[in-house]
Design a protein. Structure first.
Length: 294
């Protein structure tokens, strides 16, 4: 995708929804010229200790779309999340739309299919999703043109979605004072993540960037919107002229201190299935807990 093909004169409306238990921000993005919209990274709620799934976060998004008379055309996953569960099929059942993710989901399914000892009934071809995007692909949200940029490093299937003057970066970047996401999951790579971040930072300065997560570093209020120029100049991991070598060193050392996300066990099993909960041999919803595998 060439920067010259972007139309940053278009300013889609973006409605954010913050899920406090997982520090996840989901988005509704609306075509400026119609009622068409897309949802980015919707959350399904889970009380892990109780094994209970609910849909408060998704219902809030559904209410907004319904109240405003919007037409949901796409449900986009920026990657296979390890820290929250996807509500994509729930939204699709209620409002329609296609579920899209990177074609590299196949790599993720192959990796974690082995870790979770999935049987041959688990399809590792991405067929659980309606659309598999390649780097440089595009799609439409009403009249709004959406461009897709492959940004592996955090996971192989990470993608940034650019629509007009906005870009949804997933976990490729955090707010400038948050830096970047970890790169130590299976299939992750700190050097590749640095290269991917450079793609984002090459977008026009005024491009609005929307984060998938924020943790309020140093006690500040939760934030989720910044710009390319702000990240380029101020990001504590990749701004201010940081080199690939310095980033890899910083990222590798930091990752070694991080605990696994609390919901990684259910999240990976559910999200690599496009948000569908796996079942046991009797058809009951259930997840597996691999020992010493992550």
């Amino acid at each position: 995708m060439s920067v010259s093909t972007l139309n940053i004169s278009l300013q889609p409306e973006v409605i954010a929804s913050f899920d406090a238990p997982t520090n996840t921000i989901s988005y509704i993005v609306k075509d400026p010229n119609s009622n068409a919209c897309a949802v980015i990274d919707p959350v399904m709620n889970m009380d892990y200790a109780a094994g209970r799934i609910t849909f408060e976060s998704a219902d809030s998004i559904i209410q907004t779309i319904t109240d405003r008379g919007l037409d949901l055309q796409w449900i986009i996953e920026t990657h296979v999340h390890a820290d929250h569960l996807s509500a994509a099929p729930y939204l699709q059942d209620k409002l329609g739309g296609q579920i899209g993710i990177s074609s590299k989901i196949i790599d993720v399914q192959n990796t974690f299919g082995k870790i979770f000892n999935e049987g041959t009934e688990f399809q590792r071809d991405g067929s659980q999703f309606d659309a598999l995007f390649e780097d440089g692909d595009s799609y439409q949200v009403g009249t709004l043109h959406a461009n897709v940029i492959a940004t592996p490093g955090h996971t192989p299937a990470c993608m940034v979605h650019v629509m007009g003057d906005v870009a949804f970066v997933g976990d490729t970047l955090f707010m400038p004072d948050g830096g970047s996401a970890r790169a130590d999951f299976p299939g992750g790579d700190a050097g590749i993540l640095f290269d991917s971040i450079q793609k984002v930072l090459s977008l026009p300065d005024e491009t609005r960037l929307f984060m998938c997560h924020d943790y309020g570093p140093n006690g500040r209020d939760i934030q989720w919107e910044t710009t390319v120029v702000d990240e380029r100049e101020n990001n504590i991991h990749v701004g201010m002229g940081a080199t690939r070598e310095s980033f890899v060193k910083l990222r590798t050392e930091r990752d070694a201190t991080l605990a696994m996300p609390k919901l990684i066990i259910p999240a990976l099993q559910i999200n690599m299935r496009a948000g569908e909960v796996p079942t046991d041999s009797k058809g009951h919803p259930s997840i597996k807990v691999p020992i010493n595998a992550l």
